[in-house]
Ligand binder design. Structure first.
Ligand SMILES: [Zn+2]
Length: 219
């Protein structure tokens, strides 16, 4: 009953309309999704411990920004992130040699974890949805229990790379029961790269050899 009431209220506040053009009964229509620009090369950026970065699109594209923000509301998180993941898949499919390399070398996808507190409050992790969609498409396994976030991060907005690096130092920990060699971190947005770098560093200290990242959008 309560679920239905909540659904009804949500329909009033956020009626189901395409976030791009307003077309009804869809959260993102095919033509708006197709209008989102997808990069055609791997990112030129490199982080010291995470040197292959695959980033699909730009966060500052109005529709990408709007969709990622809207995906913070629980009922829309899963469908919207699934739609955005199609952009990540479209991007990755441009590199068939890389896809084969990832599969042949048994890379494992690890979504950037949230702290236990944030996960409990939000009820989902966007990065995990993206990893699950990549797993469905490419059959790359997802591990969600190896890397954990042991501390909450104070807000990172407005911080420089150096300040973010200090802010995030020591927030991740690795549960060592399953040592993994080749890892691809998955996240929704990369800003300075400090989070990915800290996660990669933590994994390498625990024995990982290669750590890459696949990210939906860069800001
Ligand atoms: Zn549309």
């Amino acid at each position: 009953m309560w679920k239905k009431v909540k659904q009804y209220i949500l329909q009033l506040v956020f009626p189901v309309k395409c976030l791009g053009c307003g077309k009804e009964h869809t959260l993102l229509c095919p033509s708006c999704i197709n209008a989102i620009p997808v990069y055609s090369t791997p990112s030129r950026r490199q982080l010291p411990h995470c040197n292959t970065l695959l980033i699909a699109t730009h966060y500052h594209h109005p529709l990408v920004k709007k969709t990622i923000k809207m995906a913070k509301y629980r009922p829309y998180a899963s469908p919207l992130i699934t739609l955005l993941s199609s952009i990540v898949i479209q991007y990755v499919k441009q590199f068939p040699t890389t896809i084969t390399y990832i599969s042949d070398n048994h890379f494992v996808l690890i979504p950037i974890p949230l702290s236990r507190h944030t996960y409990a409050r939000r009820g989902f992790n966007q990065a995990r949805y993206i990893a699950q969609e990549l797993c469905k498409e490419f059959k790359w396994p997802v591990h969600t229990k190896l890397l954990i976030k042991v501390k909450r991060t104070p807000s990172q907005t407005e911080l420089s790379y150096t300040s973010r690096k200090a802010n995030i130092k020591g927030v991740f920990s690795v549960l060592k029961d399953q040592p993994l060699k080749n890892i691809i971190l998955v996240d929704d947005v990369i800003t300075t790269g400090a989070t990915l770098e800290e996660a990669a560093k933590t994994l390498k200290r625990a024995g990982a050899q290669n750590v890459w990242a696949i990210v939906l959008a860069k800001s």
